[in-house]
Structure formats: C-alpha cells, structure tokens
Write a protein that binds this ligand. Structure first.
Ligand code: NPQ
Ligand code: MG
Length: 369
C-alpha cells in the first residue's frame, strides 16, 4: 500500500495541572499530530517532542523541519505494507527519533487498520489490560505533593514515581514514606545529578525504592555503571537508552537493572520491540514511559505495553490527569484496580475527535507524493 497524503498539525492543549521536572515547569503541551491517508483508511501518530530541547534535543520545530524536508518524502516513496521497513527507510537521517517515531507509529496504526486487527496484536502483545502508575511532578510544597499522591493512590494506581532534583529529593522521599508507608515508590531525576552526588544518591537506599530513574547525564552510560556499583537501589535508564544498541551496551556495562521504553525516544515501535527483546534476553524488566501524550499517543503506548517483558507498571495513566477534554472519545480511563483496558477495535482502536483537534490546531501542512 502507498500513502496518498500525510497531514501534519501542530496543536496545543492546556494541562489539567502543571508538570515540573528537574528542568522546569510546563502548563501546556504543544505537539505535532500525524494523519496518514491511504487506500480509503486514515491512521494517526503523535510526535512526543515539545517546545523546548530540555528532555531531548528535539523540539516541535526540529521535528516539523525534519518530517517535512526529509522523512515524509521517504515515507511517501515507500510501500508501507510492512511497517518494519519504515525506520530503515529513514536511515540516511541521523537522530531525530521522535520525528521518525511519529510517522512510523502512524504506519503501524495504518497496517493494523488495514488488517482489521488491534495494534497490540500486530505488535506481538497479548494482555487485555495494562498496569498503570503515575509520574508526580515537583510541587510547591510537601503538603501539595502528599495531597497529589493521596489522590492517585485513591484512584487505584499501582505505583507512584516522584520527580526529584537537588533540593527536592531525600526529604521529599522521607516525607512520602512517613505519610504513605510501603507503597510501590520510585524516583526520576531526569539527569539532574553527577557522580559527585553519589553520597546523596546512596542515601536514597534507605527508603526501599523500586528504582531510581536516570540520575546522571542524558547521554551517559559509564558513570551510571559506576554509580550502580555503589547503590543497592536499581538504576533505571530513560534518556540514555535511545536504541537497541544503547540498551545492549548499558546492560553489558552494568549501568541499569531496569529500562524505561518510550517509542518516541527510540525511533518507533520496531526499534522499541528490539529494545524490549534485548532487555528480555538479559533478564532486565521494562516499563512504558510517558511524555504527556494526548489520547492519540497515549493509546499507541497502551498497545505497546501489552508485550510480555513490560512487567512493571508504567507511566501510562488516564487521560484526565493531563487533558480534559482529551482528543479521543472515549478518553483513557483507569479501573479501581489500577489497570487500563487495551482497545480491541482495529488499529489504535479509539475515535479521534476531529472538531477538538481542529480547535487546538495552530499550523497545518499536507504532503503528497
Ligand atoms: C520522564 N515524563 O519520564 C518524562 C519526561 C518529561 C511523565 O515523567 C513536557 C512534555 C514536559 C513532556 C517533562 C514523565 C515534559 C515531558 C518531562 C516529558 O522523564
Ligand atoms: Mg524519565
């Protein structure tokens, strides 16, 4: 099958609650949506880049530039019956994994719809529900943090991750343990520390955390390996694992015992499945990360989370934590047991609300062969 038309929309949605990490606070999310038209079908993808190059070097503007100038022409020239051929077709373009993933994941949705299958089945997943956790940002006070965590535990979520940075770390974790006891708890530093902070990070060993995510630099492996030798707490890598090769090297170096998979960071589903498989082969569990996606990207993530080595609750949570209304109907919801149902209709299996997308659209471009 050939693609007749690729539509790009830059959209902006306000967040229900601000989200703060070690690199700053955001109040809304602007991102690119991809719509593919082929053989009478439509399919969707979402680019997880944002406005600033802080989590990763990509931004909406770099993704727009690279998709329109370099990736879309390659996708339009391709027979997309096999979505596994999309990432290799982008090989001449170095990096820009988020831009590549937005197109590649839309191509998987297209294929699944053409076959009349749910995306999860095409990806090789089996479970009907996924275990959901939450990522709770840095707040203005410990009381605010505690009240957020109370709300999420009451909603049923199966684990809590709090964002940390120097000055909001040991005391925050101590407060959470004192108020909530032995809940499944982890922390994410988004690369805010260096090896000079090893003593401070080792002090977190006292709190029985499930893992500490990406404490050191975004492109580092060897310092993480050194740190892991000093820590009892497992290190989970996020930013550093941008490819199957990076996953293999990090595991071989002893830099992590857990891996966070985000297809945007890794270049799409095919590469993410390869990371999943490398980790499985080495007995390293994975979980699905989140990038404040709308319901479109969120649903893609739900389908990938059905693969067997996703054995830990992920950051894929209900729509209402992020966007009300969401861009899909019905929104993603979490059950009282902290699980999310995997849609069973063809493709991503949810309906995109085109009126809402239209109202949120800031820029539009269509590309044809
Ligand atoms: C993480 N997300 O696991 C990321 C990083 C992150 C849910 O913890 C705007 C858009 C701001 C996406 C900040 C979660 C963001 C963002 C942080 C993603 O590291
Ligand atoms: Mg992270």
């Amino acid at each position: 099958m050939r693609i007749d038309r690729i539509e790009l929309r830059l959209v902006r949605l306000p967040l229900v609650h601000f989200f703060e990490t070690s690199f700053g606070r955001v109040h809304d999310k602007a991102f690119i949506l991809v719509r593919l038209l082929a053989g009478g079908l439509e399919a969707w993808g979402e680019c997880v880049a944002e406005e600033t190059p802080y989590y990763s070097s990509e931004t909406n503007e770099t993704a727009w530039h690279v998709i329109t100038g370099f990736l879309a022409p390659r996708l339009l020239a391709l027979d997309v019956d096999d979505p596994r051929q999309v990432f290799p077709a982008f090989r001449a373009v170095r990096g820009h994994n988020m831009a590549k993933a937005a197109l590649e994941m839309a191509a998987w949705d297209l294929r699944a719809r053409a076959e009349g299958q749910p995306l999860s089945r095409l990806l090789g997943g089996a479970r009907a529900r996924i275990a959901s956790g939450v990522s709770v940002g840095i707040q203005d006070s410990f009381d605010d943090l505690a009240s957020k965590i109370r709300t999420e535990l009451d909603a049923g979520y199966r684990r809590v991750k709090i964002k940390i940075k120097p000055g909001w770390d040991i005391e925050a974790v101590r407060m959470v343990r004192e108020r909530f006891g032995p809940i499944p708890l982890m922390v994410d530093a988004n690369a805010a520390y260096s090896l000079a902070d090893a003593d401070r990070l080792a002090a977190l060993d006292a709190f029985d955390l499930m893992m500490i995510e990406q404490p050191l630099d975004y492109d580092d492996v060897s310092d993480h390996a050194q740190l892991q030798r000093r820590l009892k707490t497992p290190i989970c890598l996020d930013e550093s694992v941008h490819s199957p090769r990076a996953a293999r090297d990090a595991i071989a170096a002893g830099a992590c015992r857990v891996v966070n998979i985000k297809p945007g960071r890794i270049g799409g589903f095919a590469e993410s499945i390869a990371v999943h498989d490398v980790c499985a082969a080495h007995g390293v569990p994975v979980w699905h990360g989140g990038m404040l996606e709308s319901g479109i990207g969120r649903t893609h993530n739900i389908h990938l989370s059905t693969l067997p080595n996703f054995t830990l609750p992920g950051d894929v949570a209900a729509s209402r934590r992020y966007f009300v209304p969401d861009l899909i109907d019905p929104p993603v919801d979490v059950a009282a047991d902290g699980t999310i149902a995997v849609p069973t209709a063809a493709g991503i299996g949810v309906a995109v609300d085109v009126d809402r997308v239209g109202r949120a659209t800031l820029r539009f471009e269509a590309l044809t062969p």
